[in-house]
Ligand binder design. Structure first.
Ligand code: C5P
Length: 236
């Protein structure tokens, strides 16, 4: 499926806003050109399922980015609950292990809407020294690939990966595995706090099926124009 995704459907806009009213305004500005919105833990903790519902009301889909990591039974319960909201994609931490991931996959597959389940490998905020602090002594790239492979073997549909890891994961895990890539900056855009960034086109070339973009769209004067520019860039 990955190579069939059209440019307009590859863009996921991160709804990193501070209230339900702001979320509604942003979705109103960007729909129907933007087809997928990411609801993260900030907005979800504040507004809960209402944040998901407002995106669905606009006709767009939701990537629920809550990164579940707990004992298998609890994660399976959380996945079941999120699946009931009808989200398109959601994620869990691959570091929770194969049993946790398998139980999550089972819960997603048993649900009516069958959300795509993605794994988070190593957080992009971590480097070699911070993974060492938590007892991981492998090279960070090897750890990312090992966790992505464990995720695939456990039945996950794909992973969330930084631009720097995208081509490595694609090379090692093959075509039939979704890669969602944040840390995207169109040429000339502010980097903000992202350290390693890639343009939308380069991320897609590196193997990303979907790109997540937040501030370069939502913090501009004309979010719709910014989103359209990114879609156009990926089409060319
Ligand atoms: O504003 P910006 O484009 O940097 O937003 C990127 C979004 O993707 C944010 O919601 C951020 O939390 C998320 N994200 C990320 N890096 C990851 C995983 C998620 O930037 N590795």
């Amino acid at each position: 499926m990955p190579q069939e995704i059209k440019a307009a459907e590859k863009l996921i806009v991160a709804l990193d806003v501070k209230s339900l009213a702001e979320a509604k305004e942003m979705v109103g500005k960007l729909s129907p050109d933007v087809r997928i919105f990411k609801v993260g833990m900030g907005l979800f903790t504040l507004c809960g399922p209402d944040a998901v519902a407002l995106v669905h009301d606009s006709g767009a889909r939701v990537f629920l980015d809550l990164k579940f990591h707990d004992i298998p039974n609890t994660v399976a319960h959380a996945v079941r609950s999120a699946a009931k909201l009808g989200v398109f994609m959601m994620n869990i931490h691959a570091l929770g292990g194969s049993e946790m991931m398998m139980r999550a996959v089972e819960a997603a597959r048993e649900s009516e809407k069958k959300p795509k389940l993605l794994g988070v490998t190593v957080l992009t905020s971590m480097d070699q020294s911070s993974i060492g602090e938590v007892g991981i002594n492998m090279k960070i790239e090897d750890e990312v690939v090992a966790l992505a492979r464990l995720g695939k073997d456990s039945g996950l549909d794909g992973v969330v990966a930084s631009p720097a890891e995208t081509s490595l994961i694609r090379k090692n895990l093959g075509k039939d595995f979704i890669i969602v890539t944040p840390g995207i900056r169109p040429a000339g855009a502010e980097k903000n706090d992202q350290k390693r960034v890639m343009t939308p086109t380069d991320a897609v070339r590196a193997g990303a099926d979907y790109i997540v973009v937040g501030r370069p769209v939502i913090e501009t004067k004309d979010p719709l124009a910014a989103a359209k520019k990114i879609i156009k860039e990926m089409e060319s």
